[in-house]
Design a protein around this ligand. Sequence first.
Ligand code: NBP
Length: 475
Amino acid sequence: ELADLGVTGLAVMGANLARNAARKGLRVALHNRTDEKTDRLVAEHGGEGDFRPSHSVADFVASLAVPRVVIIMVKAGKPVDGVIEELAEHMQPGDIIVDGGNSLFEDTRRRAATLAERQLHFVGMGISGGEEGALEGPSMMPGGSKEAWDRIAPMVTRMAVSVDGTPCCAYMGPDGAGHYVKMVHNGIEYADMQLITEAYDLLRTVYGRSAAEIGEIFAGWKSGDLDSYLIEITAAVLAKKDPATGNALVDMIVDEAEQKGTGRWTAQSALELGVPITAITEAVFARALSGRPAQRRAAEKALGGLRIEPRQAGQAEIDKIRDALYASKIIAYAQGFEQLAVASRQYDWNLNPGLIATIWRGGCIIRARFLDRIREGYDSHPDAPSLLLQDYFRDAVLKAEQAWRDVVVLAVQNGVAVPAFASSLAYYDGVRRARGPANLLQGLRDYFGAHTYRRTDREGSYHIRWSQDGTEIKG
Ligand code: NBP
């Protein structure tokens, strides 16, 4: 009998996804550009299920049952185009190509259109959960051909993790919808991690706590509203001792963050759509600043670094940092969900925010208790203009507000950068004012560029002849 599905690209993610499928009883065809990875997978894990290795694309495609289903798990970018081209040469109309990598949604839109012309189905599927998730059950965000998805859903859904009996895998929408949702997931992940880093920094620098002590604080936060995978692994990372020196491992790690691009893409898309996602964007910039060590060293020398006398912190001070973290996190998610809503309208995807929250509850990196709250909120108010206006989140932010302000003041007074805490608070303060200061901006724009303005008391647009007679004319 022929294989149920094939996986090409057997680096860590592809290999684990193939093993996951085989462990669920599927017959899995295997292929990788270099044969060594294919052979190693079979040698090391061949006993886990029914694998069908091939050393050529032609044999690989021929080993699949019709309609053929191939999941591509190669490096995002040009390699995906090359692999699609090779597969398409050997496939037939009605066959299904799934791209499970972190592809840019615009590439997915283009590939879906090109393959549709060749009567091949294309599914762009975001997969989150890292290598462990790929093996044990990730969160999966498929988009693209609905007809193809309906065919493969029974197979693919089995590979995803379930929470309360619901798989963390559901059809998101046409063409690039799945990859877009995965991209915003990663953007939120950037913001989440930056907020955690800022909380750690304050505890470390202002309150002089050791890494191990901060690890215990995070472990405590896990049992409250902040309960999430990222808080759990923060506690683990902070508790870890360096095997070589016996110091806390984090104290031995170079403070330069790397990035693969999904956070930057989220910010770029938000800029294009005009959605203010300040927390995610600040998180991307914070990584960029961390990646300029020579500049930071020179500036520390010229301007002076931290000038803090660490002080004692009681439970009340620590609780405030927790509250600031929680409120900022709510803002980051509110912004991310707003971006999804705007993109959904722009690209005609009909994204369902409650469903997105549902499939992010397990398997993925941002899995958290409060995604249940988001799901409940959107289930009862699918068209809520902002997460912030849902009862639960509104109450949570109002409750945390004073602590949040106190923590931002503490950071500013001590010269500790908290870009994500502070920009989340600035967003909150901006969004809760029905009338802000952009009236002056419009006046300035009209002054130098005759860009016109609208009035609070009359319809229409107007311009002042600033440098002539100063009269107002209707635009
Ligand atoms: P990598 O992103 O490191 O890619 C390595 C794979 O791509 C190997 O199988 C390699 O084949 C293949 N490849 C390359 Br590179 N260029 C190729 C080409 N021109 N033609 C054919 N194959 C080519 O692997 P990964 O970390 O397993 O990630 C796979 C995908 O999943 C990526 O899109 C990634 O962003 C995404 N993802 C990764 C994670 C994670 O935690 N790592 C999480 C979620 C999503 P070779 O063996 O012949 O060099």
